[in-house]
Design a protein around this ligand. Structure first.
Ligand code: PLP
Length: 223
């Protein structure tokens, strides 16, 4: 079997204590997840509704599941009963639907707003302006079943470390603006989810509080 345990510890050993690891297990089998679970890992991230549903049903119930992918509004109702955090909220419409579905099952679901800073035009996420507009609009303040816990972003897919560092720094600076303007009295708004297998050490240097690491733990994904 793939050396999941060794890889997990190698990653954990390099993370400062205040940075949480979300082990990204999409496309990987349940026994890989269990190998990490047996070492104490409890937070896992998935990006497809059907896959996370199957895994949630069969794996231990004390796993904290994070949904990290693009989420269609019509899929929200399936994951809301058990999901801990939905990391990639990129529209008011999606936020509303999460609040509505979470109300039906009497839960409060943690969410992050996904920021688009990378150069790729294809990536999802809110521009800084759109993020401000969503928050200025204020409707979110009435939503009792979502808790906005911070920002999530993905850096550009490039080998240019300086560019990646600039993007992380831009996200960190923007976090401060948002925190100050909308969440200064809300201690829940504290998460900065950036950093993946290839760039998490850089991300940690730019104030990440939560890294999402798949390949460096579980190996290449077979799609
Ligand atoms: C797949 C994925 C990751 C993990 O990427 P790795 O390079 O395998 O660490 C992190 N974040 C998101 C949003 C992803 O979709």
């Amino acid at each position: 079997m793939y050396p999941v345990k060794e890889n997990l510890h190698r990653v954990l050993d390099t993370l400062p204590a205040h940075v949480r690891l979300v082990a990204i297990s999409k496309y990987h089998p349940a026994d890989y997840i269990m190998a990490a679970y047996e070492e104490g890992q409890r937070v896992f991230g998935e990006s497809h509704e059907q896959e996370i549903r199957t895994k949630h049903e069969t794996l231990p119930k004390d796993i904290e599941w994070h949904f990290i992918g693009h989420l269609q509004t019509n899929k929200v109702k399936y994951i809301v009963p058990y999901i801990t955090m939905i990391e990639a909220v990129d529209s008011l419409r999606l936020l509303r639907e999460i609040d509505k579905q979470a109300a039906r099952v009497d839960r409060v679901v943690k969410v992050l707003l996904e920021l688009h800073i990378a150069e790729e035009a294809t990536k999802y996420g809110l521009s800084k302006e759109d993020c401000m507009m969503l928050l200025d609009d204020g409707e979110w303040r009435q939503m009792k079943h979502v808790s906005i816990c911070g920002l999530m972003m993905m850096a550009s897919l490039t080998d240019d470390e300086q560019q990646i560092a600039r993007e992380f720094q831009e996200a960190a600076d923007f976090f401060d603006v948002v925190k100050q303007r909308y969440f200064h009295d809300d201690p829940q708004f504290c998460e900065r989810s950036w950093g993946m297998s290839d760039d998490y050490q850089l991300a940690v240097g730019h104030r990440s509080t939560m890294v999402r690491i798949g390949t460096a733990i579980f190996g290449p994904r077979v799609y």
